[in-house]
Design a protein around this ligand. Sequence first.
Ligand code: SF4
Length: 208
Amino acid sequence: MTLYQLAAEQIWNLPVERLTLYHLRSNTPCSCGPRDETRLVEASHLVSEVGKNIAEKRFPAVENQYCPCDFPEYCPYYRHQVVPELKETDVLRGVKVGEAAERYASLQSQIKELESQLEEVKQIIIDLCQAERLSRVYGIENAITYKMVERLGFGEDGVRALLEPDGLWQRVLSLDQARMKQLVDDEAVAGDIRHKLEALRQVVASYP
Ligand code: SF4
C-alpha cells in the first residue's frame, strides 16, 4: 500500500487521503489513513536498495517456510541435496561431505549431552563443599578444588561522578550491541526512533 501511495503521489501528482485494500473473495474493502513521511521515506529506501541489488545481480537466498521452492538446484541451501553429481564428487580430505555433516551433528549433540552432565556433577560437588565446608574433594586419581571466584568491576555512579568533571566519562563508554537490540525491540520506545535505529543496523563482523 505504501508503494501505491508513492506511485500515486509521484507519478500522478495526486494527494492520497486514504488507502484501501479490496479483499476480493469476500468483497470487503479495508481502509486506513495515508502513510506518514517516515514510512514513505523507508519504502523509498527499500525500493532503492532492492533496485541496486537487482542491478548488481545480487540475489542472496533467504530461507522461509515455503522452502524448498521450484529452483532448489540454484539455491545454496538445497543444491547439495538435489544435484546428484555434487554428492558423488564432493570429497574433503578423504571424507565425504555427507559423512562430515553427520559426524559434525553427532559431535555437537555429544558435546551438549556432556556439558549437561558436567554441569550436573559440578553442582553436586559445589553443594557438598558448601554443606561440609570443604575446599577440595578427592577421587581415586583426581582432586577437585572448590573456590569462590570474585569478579571485580566498577560501580557506574561512582565512576561517572569521578570522571565526568574531567571529560573522561566518554572514554570508558562503548556501544552495547545487546542493549541496542533490546532498545529496537522495546515497544515502549517511539516507533520512528526504533525504525531509524533498525535502518542503521549493519554487519559489524562475519565469521564462518
Ligand atoms: S529454496 Fe528457493 S525460496 Fe528457499 S532459499 Fe532457496 S532459492 Fe530461496
